[in-house]
Write a new protein. Structure first.
Length: 324
């Protein structure tokens, strides 16, 4: 805070305090405008007169008490510009003190889990619960409370990853963020006339039917333009974050209009970096929780046909990703 703003706030606050004191004194003085207590103020309506009666003593006492409380508060705590108060309290200092208490209580636990590999943490129920709570506070607003995402936000429970689902990759994604960009490609594939053909071919990659001649035309355009990111086989490129087009999992929707919109206008998606919000230990635990959503708790369970935590729910209904 600059000295000018500090002086302005101080004078503004003190002016209100002085004004409140003057109001109490003025009401106790006697007769405003020469009218004595109990005399008519000259207002008469429906036979009811307004008299100049004194304020009740309890009201004046309460008002005066609030002024004294405010004065004591401003002496002890910040409130007059840059003045910090006799107690030296600040919201930042209180926050730092509380964080020190939290670190003293939970720091050893975080340190222990930080020293464990993420696959090993899948067997640590407490570690996953902590990671889930951190996820709920920082990630659920985009990916949803159940981590199933939505349009433009990846489902974290299906083991389909734009940039890779290995533990270290997930940690890097959480800490540093990701940016995915698909530029508009309509001019490169023949304008509006070429869009239906590419849409038909892209949909065919995931087993969806379409006009055979249109699909063949789209294949030639795809392999001339789109292969650079998505690959000749359409299975994507995790280095670039280019999605696999053969699995019928769509981030922005897999309907013809959705795909056409992407070709015509491009797509941009960004996950912000969380390194400034979460320390490395919390990133480690969130990554473990996210990893657990699509992996069995142990390798033995995986070899025995164990299912990820979300898989049982997925078995109850057919997976329809068109909404994504």
């Amino acid at each position: 805070m600059t000295s000018g703003w500090s002086l302005y706030i101080t004078l503004f606050t003190l002016a209100f305090m002085i004004g409140a004191c003057w109001l109490v004194w003025w009401q106790r003085k006697g007769s405003p405008g020469g009218v004595g207590f109990g005399e008519s103020m000259g207002h008469d309506f429906d036979g009811i007169q307004e008299l100049n009666n004194p304020l009740p003593r309890w009201w004046l006492g309460t008002f005066l008490g609030s002024i004294l409380f405010a004065a004591a508060y401003l002496v002890l705590y910040p409130g007059l510009g840059a003045y910090q108060g006799l107690l030296g309290w600040s919201s930042r200092g209180q926050y730092d003190g509380e964080m020190k208490d939290v670190e003293a209580k939970y720091g050893p636990l975080y340190d222990r889990y930080a020293g464990m590999a993420i696959p090993a943490l899948l067997a640590e129920e407490q570690a996953l619960r902590i990671g889930e709570r951190v996820f709920a506070n920082n990630c659920a607003r985009c990916h949803g409370a159940d981590a199933r995402g939505g349009v433009g936000f990846p489902d974290l429970t299906d083991d389909d990853w734009l940039f890779g689902g290995e533990p270290d990759v997930i940690k890097a994604t959480i800490a540093a963020g990701r940016i995915g960009v698909m530029p508009p490609f309509a001019p490169a594939i023949g304008g509006e006339a070429g869009i239906p053909a590419v849409v038909a071919y892209v949909r065919s990659l995931s087993g969806q039917s379409g006009d055979a001649q249109l699909i063949e035309q789209g294949k030639a355009k795809f392999q001339a333009v789109c292969f650079a990111c998505h690959g000749v086989d359409g299975k994507g490129n995790k280095v670039l974050g280019a999605p696999n087009l053969t699995d019928d999992i769509w981030l922005f929707g897999g309907k013809p209009d959705d795909i056409a919109f992407g070709l015509r206008n491009g797509r941009t998606a960004q996950m912000p970096a969380h390194a400034d919000l979460l320390d490395a230990r919390k990133v480690h635990l969130v990554a473990a929780y996210v990893y657990s959503l699509s992996h069995a708790p142990t390798e033995e369970a995986g070899r025995a046909g164990g299912k990820p935590p979300r898989a049982e729910a997925d078995d109850e209904h057919e997976k329809d990703r068109d909404s994504q």
